[in-house]
Design a binder for this molecule. Structure first.
Ligand code: SF4
Ligand code: SF4
Length: 450
């Protein structure tokens, strides 16, 4: 395969759609009320120095020091590390380590937020400016504000912008499709911030010098599509309604839906001149560039049958999950707490873990029902292969992984796996197929060149 450009054209059949995938059932039981609910300032924050896919920031405060909201407490000095800011004013009471859902023993700053300290009205970010920025300046600003792309792997937004700067961009694709049908967080954001989203997207297109600008919305809500088209009238934005077949929101599948082309095996949309950005990342970038605000809070959807006050809460980074559960109230014991979407979320080992930039959703399960897997023998139904959006054979990947045949799995194309979790979801034997595919992907070095 070396030296040969391998493309996945054969794996997709029609423009604006893809082979496999699934229309997920709408989980009304996970729906949350519209709008953002209040969240009180917690008494103590434990702010981790890693909240993304990259190295830790260096702690730049000391025990006993008072900090202002938005003040830098961790400096991202290595490539791909990001600055970390105090979400609230307070006093540093300890420098310690904390377990986040994705990593253990992460260096962290513990801040006692009471008694209240007068907050500075001065923004803390020096680079922020109302003047038009170059892509490189925007990338630097994104790092300084601690921004991620709000995608599955929480890539630093600055890294993605720098990557885009090296390519000739044809298409800037702003994604407002939800990852899963419920809770429909992006629809809610679209309803409340449509004009801001469109004006920010137009500005970003200018900075990135993209030829075309797209806003992708769910085709099955014609009222919302019409509203978006009306708001975009007279602006260089094409509103495109797409069927939200899971996992449509993967950047490579969105790029294919818009352009009819898909990125080469193992590469990103930038390789074919496309840049995909979720609307929450666009708004965070707008906040940083126009309002000098770093990312210090995360909009978290808290849902599940064990939750009394389901909703979307704007929660300070570093808030312990225990405080979140206490505020939303519980209907009974929590059997399992899951951070992230239903199909790809991670089990939370301890409620002492904290909210990070990566925490989009918390699902508190109080009953032993279909969120919990109970693996059995494969019944050879073939559903995993039929529904895989990139045409992999997840059962063969699991076999190879369980037998330790790591290198031998290369011809099964594990690097094409989107980590969407669909194979595990449809498997009647409830086998850990997607976990095996994802592990193989990271265990085998990518040997393909183009
Ligand atoms: S997790 Fe990977 S192997 Fe499984 S369905 Fe998704 S893309 Fe296919
Ligand atoms: S979906 Fe599950 S039971 Fe069916 S073939 Fe795949 S691994 Fe076997």
């Amino acid at each position: 395969m070396g030296g040969i450009s391998i493309r996945l054209n054969s794996l997709f059949r029609r423009r604006r759609s893809f082979r496999g995938g699934l229309y997920l059932p709408v989980r009304r039981d996970l729906a949350v009320p519209r709008g953002i609910r209040d969240f009180p300032d917690p008494p103590v924050l434990c702010v981790p120095m890693i909240q993304h896919d990259g190295p830790a920031a260096r702690i730049v405060v000391q025990v006993g020091q008072r900090v202002q909201a938005g003040q830098v407490i961790g400096r991202g000095e290595k490539p791909d590390s990001l600055d970390v800011h105090a979400p609230l004013a307070g006093k540093v009471v300890a420098l310690e380590s904390v377990d986040t859902v994705r990593q253990s023993d992460v260096p962290a700053v513990r801040i006692a937020t009471a008694p209240p300290v007068a907050e500075s009205s001065e923004p803390s970010m020096a680079l922020a400016s109302t003047a038009p920025l170059t892509i490189e300046q925007l990338a630097e600003l994104a790092d300084e504000a601690g921004l991620i792309d709000f995608g599955q792997s929480a890539t630093p937004l600055g890294r993605r912008l720098r990557q885009a700067a090296t390519e000739r961009l044809n298409d800037l694709i702003i994604n407002a499709l939800d990852f899963e049908p419920e809770p429909d967080d992006r629809n809610d954001l679209l309803d409340t911030s449509l004009d801001t989203i469109i004006s920010s997207a137009v500005r970003l297109r200018k900075t990135l010098k993209a030829r075309r600008l797209w806003l992708l919305v769910d085709r099955y809500d014609p009222h919302r599509v019409r509203r978006c088209r009306a708001a975009a009238t007279g602006k260089p934005v094409r509103v495109l309604g797409l069927p939200n077949k899971y996992p449509q929101t993967h950047p490579n599948l969105l790029t294919h839906a818009v352009t009819g082309q898909e990125p080469p095996y193992g590469s990103s949309p930038a390789r074919i001149g496309a840049f995909v950005l979720a609307i929450e990342a666009l708004l965070a970038l707008e906040n940083a560039s126009l309002h000098r605000r770093p990312l210090t809070r995360r909009l978290v959807t808290v849902t599940g049958d064990a939750v009394r006050k389901k909703g979307r809460y704007l929660i300070p980074l570093g808030t312990p999950f225990a405080d979140v559960l206490q505020h939303v109230g519980l209907t009974g014991p929590v059997l399992r707490l899951i951070e992230g979407p239903l199909l790809t979320g991670r089990a939370v080992a301890s409620v002492e873990s904290v909210v990070t930039r990566q925490t989009a959703r918390l699902l508190a399960v109080g009953r032993d029902h279909d969120y919990l897997a109970n693996p059995g023998p494969c019944v050879r139904c073939g559903r995993c292969q039929d529904d895989c959006p990139v045409g992999l054979d997840p059962r063969a990947l699991l076999d190879a992984y369980e037998r330790g045949q790591i290198e031998e799995a290369l011809p099964l194309w594990p690097h094409a796996c989107l980590e969407c979790g669909l194979c595990s979801f449809v498997c009647p034997a409830e086998l850990p197929l997607s976990e095996a595919a994802a592990r193989l992907k990271y265990l085998i070095p990518l040997k393909v060149q183009w």
